[in-house]
Design a protein around this ligand. Structure first.
Ligand code: PLP
Length: 860
């Protein structure tokens, strides 16, 4: 008979007093990027540390009471625990960059809420599927290091994202092991009486969705995770947070309602229970958490604001980051579904159905009716928005320009902040060790250190790199063997796995999720050509490949199968491996062990990409399509750019062209440099490129650089705007709402009546001054309500377009009884060539974030 539990719960370890601090050291996730704490745990028992998969909570739970007592009696261990705890306390309390920065007099927010549907912090907490989650984890960690007062909000998924394995035929299999939050580095948020904090969101039909809140502590940053698997819920509601990106549209909507609306409620409770400052800024990492804006509008209306005032008040402090130009990456719900959940009897107080639906409506050219678009709502409720690389900013401004009709694309108010990666998490300890030894300790954020990287002896760099490569080879063999056992092979058949890959062969890594645009199988376009590269007699390459396909994506699974079948071929299997279950744990071996990091997305669909940054920080060179961050920072010396066949319409032909370019690069450029060694066996040119990569890319790709950018360019201005609308009982929000209503009403009849120009000769020369008088019809608006601008630039020969333009405001002169007002000003003709100018009218209010924010302009 098999005995099955009807209920299960983990019994938490009780730690003896002298080593009680191990509890906090295990649950504060700083250990995931701080080696000294990991070493403390490893030192308890290295074998069991390995068996516990380097998970401190798990290790502690597996120690018996007598073993714990023994540790508590070991004076030197107790002293080490004490020192580690003092070190953690210091980390948690010290003044850091933000505290110094806040003293600079800027309007620095006391608290910033960061919402994300996924977080990749450590493999111990598998609450992420890919780049978006890893980025969120790195954002929190870097914020902690910088002392930026962020509080994270997310969901706790009972089975996280799936574990990937392969079937005998190479088809992806998914497993969903159930996570027990009690066995994870989480603590339940409770009321003062000890009962769990309960968050509730109303559902249709008098149902309620309840959630408990788990707190993960990420260094200084608390992360609140809502969990619907609680006793008060019926079965369906308990399932809401069962899987990350599982289920269909309706479950996704339920998750997003819990994340956005429930998330705000959790934050309010968190402040009530802990005295934490109320957030002044709300940052949503992609559109999934967008309902947070709706809940905030509802809150503000309950404090006496109208819907329009509340919208202005909520907008001021909201920051929205868009992460993808791929349409499938954007949440779009049937408007009728949203109406079912938030309309009619389900309306949130103060949020009429019709106003809600307008916020997500695709009202622009090419938009669909009856759709509620979360990115569009995100942009409408956020005063500030950004894409995640320069190129992605350009692509996003084009993609969403329908929301700002009449404006040039460069004026679409979506900025760019390029992603970064958290070095202490991703850089191998041995790389850090080498840097410490030769450059001294100290802070990676101090940029002079990066410049000195060239002084580390090449022989040591190369020896370390070999060690890391050898490590990856060992790890890859282990994983490959496990995978083959899962696929049904017997031990006796697996001898060959002992010798796959070679620690001295040029190693190329390719790992990422497997949506089509990432083109996992581009390298298989010409299998014979690839084989000849792998088996080159003098200059072979080897490939380590990994990636999960979304469970519902059959195409992705086919690509994986195709890759696996290729790698199964005895002719090449020593040189190419597909390793199942790409996750943080694998990534931490993969990046350091690779010499080259390959990325070949279909440009421009890779919004940023971050794995190449992690590889670069570990001394790998990038070989990538000029997309995302690489488009911005490839400099000819830090790796190679795979030429893109942009504009070639036939996708097959485009793939053929780009794949051929990839093979050529590997064969003719990459491998020759790698194998061109001097009498000491050192590839001098390669080492130069590596050192150049670290010293120039190093400081740029850091998540601390990214979080500083967010703080200075978005959070601080958003906090100022928030203060301006909320101050004096919300008078700013009232002014702004009243102003916008007036402007919207008047705008259809605002026009530039005519323009008079004088001051330039018949054949104008550089330096001459043009005087412009513009007569504008204001239809009852005050002259100061608008900004009248002259726009000058280079006129196209064959059209009226002006390029390279700049705008200058004209001064109001006088109004006339016929309703016209005159604005006047002068511009200098600053360059030769075709000069063109025009006049336009824009809304003007001191609380508007950008001139284009309202999407209104009257062009002459
Ligand atoms: C960094 C990372 C990613 C994201 O990589 P991209 O380059 O953005 O595709 C995905 N998964 C894991 C485990 C990572 O560490």
């Amino acid at each position: 008979m098999r005995v099955k539990a009807i209920r299960r719960f983990s019994v938490r370890t009780v730690l003896p007093e002298p080593i009680a601090a191990l509890g906090e050291l295990a649950t504060n996730l700083r250990w995931s990027w701080y080696a000294p704490t990991r070493e403390l745990f490893a030192g308890i028992d290295p074998d069991r540390w390995a068996a516990a998969r380097q998970d401190p909570v798990r290790l502690l739970s597996e120690l018996s009471a007598s073993e714990l007592d023994e540790l508590a009696a070991d004076e030197s261990f107790v002293a080490r625990v004490g020192a580690a705890k003092a070190d953690l306390d210091d980390y948690l309390q010290a003044r850091r960059w933000y505290q110094e920065h806040a003293d600079g007099g800027a309007q620095s927010p006391a608290s910033i809420a960061y919402f994300s549907p996924e977080y990749g912090i450590t493999e111990v907490l598998p609450q992420y599927s890919g780049g978006l989650g890893i980025l969120a984890g790195d954002h929190l960690k870097a914020a902690s290091d910088l002392g930026v007062p962020i509080v994270g909000v997310g969901l706790f998924y009972k089975t996280g994202y799936f574990k990937q394995s392969l079937g005998p035929d190479g088809w992806q299999r998914e497993d969903y092991p159930v996570l027990d939050p009690h066995g994870l580095p989480l603590s339940l948020v409770t009321e003062p009486d000890g009962s769990p904090l309960l968050i509730t969101v109303d559902m249709p039909g008098e149902h309620s969705l309840h959630a408990h809140v788990w707190r993960a502590q990420v260094g200084r940053v608390p992360l609140l995770l809502l969990d619907s698997d609680v006793p008060g819920n019926d079965d369906a509601m308990r399932q809401v947070t069962n899987r990350l990106y599982g289920g269909g549209g309706e479950q996704r909507l339920q998750q997003e309602l819990l994340l956005g609306i429930g998330g705000i409620r959790a934050l309010r409770a968190w402040s009530r229970l802990t005295g934490a400052a109320e957030p002044e800024v709300y940052h949503t990492n992609e559109g999934h958490a967008g309902f947070l804006g709706i809940e905030r509008i509802s809150e503000l209306t309950q404090q006496g604001m109208s819907f329009d005032e509340a919208l202005e008040a909520a907008r001021a402090g909201t920051v929205f980051t868009t992460h993808t130009p791929v349409p499938a990456g954007i949440d779009r719900f049937d408007a009728s579904l949203v109406e079912l959940y938030l309309g009619g009897a389900q309306e949130l107080p103060g949020v009429p159905t019709e106003r809600l639906l307008q916020l997500g409506a695709e009202t622009y050219e090419g938009g669909a009716s009856g759709i509620f678009n979360m990115a569009v709502m995100g942009l409408r409720i956020a005063g500030r928005a950004n894409g995640v690389s320069q190129l992605h900013g350009v692509v996003s401004r084009e993609m969403f320009d329908g929301l700002w009709p009449g404006f040039d694309k460069v004026e679409v108010p979506i900025a760019s902040i390029t992603n970064g990666v958290h070095a202490p998490t991703w850089v191998d300890d041995r790389v850090f060790g080498l840097a410490r030894e030769h450059l001294g300790g100290g802070d990676l954020d101090v940029s002079e250190k990066w410049d000195e990287i060239g002084t580390v002896p090449g022989s040591e760099v190369w020896a370390t790199k070999r060690e890391l490569r050898a490590d990856l080879v060992t790890e890859a063999r282990r994983r490959l063997r496990n995978s083959w056992r899962n696929r049904g092979a017997s031990e006796a058949e697996l001898g060959w796995t002992e010798s796959v890959l070679d620690p001295d062969v040029l190693t190329i890594g390719f790992a990422r999720r497997v949506p089509t645009y990432k083109r996992l199988t581009l390298m298989l376009r010409d299998p014979e050509r690839l084989k000849s590269l792998l088996n080159h007699p003098e200059r072979p390459v080897q490939l380590v490949i990994a990636g999960k396909s979304h469970p519902a994506d059959e195409t992705g699974k086919q690509l994986i199968q195709q890759m696996v079948r290729f790698a199964d071929d005895p002719e090449v299997r020593d040189r190419i491996v597909f390793l199942p279950n790409y996750d943080i744990a694998m990534a931490r071996h993969l990046y350091p062990g690779c010499d080259v990091w390959l990325n070949n997305p279909l440009r421009p669909f890779e919004a940023c990409g971050t794995s190449g940054m992690k590889a670069a920080l570990n001394g790998a060179l990038n070989l990538s399509i000029l997309d995302g961050w690489w488009d911005e920072w490839f400099d000819g010396e830090n790796g190679w750019a795979i030429p893109t066949a942009d504009g070639v319409e036939d996708p097959d032909r485009r793939d053929d062209i780009e794949a051929a370019a990839l093979y050529d690069l590997i064969e003719k450029r990459v491998a020759p440099i790698f194998y061109d060694t001097d009498e000491d066996g050192l590839p001098q040119r390669w080492l130069e490129m590596l050192s150049h990569t670290l010293s120039t890319l190093g400081p740029k790709v850091l998540a601390t650089r990214m979080v500083r950018d967010y703080t200075e360019r978005l959070y601080t201005p958003a906090a100022s705007a928030n203060a301006a609308v909320m101050g004096d009982g919300g008078s700013g929000a009232r002014d702004l709402a009243e102003y916008k209503a007036r402007i919207r009403q008047a705008w259809p009849s605002i026009s530039v009546d005519h323009v008079e120009a004088s001051g330039v000769s018949d054949s104008p020369q550089v330096g001459e001054t043009l005087t412009v008088d513009a007569y504008v019809l204001l239809d009852g608006l005050e002259p100061a309500d608008v900004d009248v601008q002259v726009v000058t630039g280079t006129a196209a020969i064959d059209s009226d377009d002006i390029s390279d333009w700049s705008a200058h405001s004209l001064d109001f002169v006088e109004s006339y009884s016929d309703g016209k007002s005159r604005y006047s000003g002068q511009v200098q003709i600053g360059r030769t060539g075709q000069f063109g100018y025009t006049v336009r009218v824009l809304p003007r209010h001191e609380l508007l974030e950008f001139p284009s924010s309202m999407g209104l302009v009257a062009n002459a």
